[in-house]
Design a protein around this ligand. Structure first.
Ligand SMILES: C[S@@+](CC[C@H](N)C(=O)[O-])C[C@H]1O[C@@H](n2cnc3c(N)ncnc32)[C@H](O)[C@@H]1O
Length: 319
């Protein structure tokens, strides 16, 4: 097909009400088909058909993950340019757009409520639970190592949970702040910090999906085993970057892609691990570079998970 013919196909794919609404939703981050179906209040086969047309035209990308599929705007190419141009021109006050945005927020709030219920239940046993399938000691040592023996001014731990990262990294910062939305997890974190006499760290209740940059600027942000609770880790990364000083760094620990669907159904996970390519794209969109990535295969033979440690740097760094 000629270049002109291809472009006409892309324009045809984008030139329809529901598909334009889908593009506008995806401009705000990755979404599962399940969520898009609920937000648009249309049948799943219908939404899937629209998404397939958008994907065939190169406007969006599909990522299959276990029983779910996620969609995002295409990161590059003619379709990507057009999708970005079009979505930047959608009237934010259009009634359909306003309703879609309100439902998108509701869907996110529901997911967060599910995660909060889960963590309220497991807070007391979390430290034991998390060691089950993960090479924890090696990962913790590596996180500390990434900071290369430096002591930074401010370190912020997003989704601090029981505060373990604040404890492990205590020698590496002058001031530490841990944020979490679970009162139950924070209660455990406060006892941990008190027991370890770690007076230079404090934990606060807060939603890390809508961060107030005023709590920064931080030299280092840590996101340890948190991103897989979010449908759109890229959106979370963009938020985290807003907390950084120019040249600041983000340390992320999370699972490599896996197929353990029960982690979704029984343990509130949303994403079945994060791939190298996804992290590279999300980081680039947030204005961050991947400085290094290390993998830690499971030390148990059954149902083991590989853990990855990413070190990201703010692109405005001067070195
Ligand atoms: C798997 S735990 C990890 C805790 C800790 N970083 C660790 O590795 O031990 C995930 C944590 O993220 C927190 N979390 C999930 N969604 C959050 C949100 N929107 N805002 C703040 N914390 C959130 C949960 O409450 C939970 O404590």
């Amino acid at each position: 097909m000629s270049g002109l013919g291809k472009l006409v196909n892309v324009l045809k794919a984008a030139g329809e009400d529901t598909r334009l609404r889908l593009l506008a939703l995806l401009a705000d981050g990755d979404h599962s088909v399940k969520d898009l179906t609920e937000i648009l209040d249309q049948s799943q086969p219908r939404v899937s058909r629209h998404l397939k047309l958008l994907a065939d035209a190169g406007l969006v990308q599909r990522h299959a993950e276990g029983a779910w599929a996620y969609y995002r705007l295409a990161p590059e190419g003619q379709g990507a340019d057009l999708a970005r141009w079009l979505t930047s021109r959608v009237d934010p006050n259009d009634p359909d757009r306003r309703r879609d945005r309100a439902r998108q927020e509701e869907a996110r709030a529901e997911q967060q409520a599910l995660a909060a219920d889960y963590f309220a239940k497991v807070a007391d046993s979390w430290d034991l639970l998390k060691t089950l399938h993960v090479p924890e000691a090696a990962v913790e040592a590596a996180v500390l190592e990434e900071l290369g023996g430096r002591r930074v001014d401010l370190l912020i731990d997003l989704g601090t949970g029981t505060g373990r990262m604040l404890e492990v990294l205590a020698p590496a910062y002058d001031r530490g702040i841990g944020l979490d939305s679970s009162r139950e997890m924070l209660a455990v974190a406060r006892s941990r910090l008190a027991a370890g006499s770690i007076a230079h760290a404090q934990v606060r209740l807060g939603d890390i999906a809508s961060l107030d940059p005023a709590i920064g600027p931080a030299d280092v942000v840590v996101i340890h085993q948190v991103l897989h609770y979010f449908d759109d880790p890229g959106r979370m990364l963009a938020q985290a970057r807003r907390l950084l000083k120019p040249g600041g760094e983000i340390l992320i620990v999370d699972f490599a892609p896996h197929d353990l669907e029960f982690l979704r159904t029984e343990h509130a996970h949303r994403r079945l691990g994060l791939s190298r390519e996804q992290m590279k794209d999300w980081a680039a969109s947030a204005g961050l570079d991947v400085l290094s990535m290390r993998e830690f295969p499971s030390d148990t033979k059954d149902r083991g998970l590989t853990v990855c440690l990413w070190h990201l740097g703010d692109r405005s760094r001067t070195d």
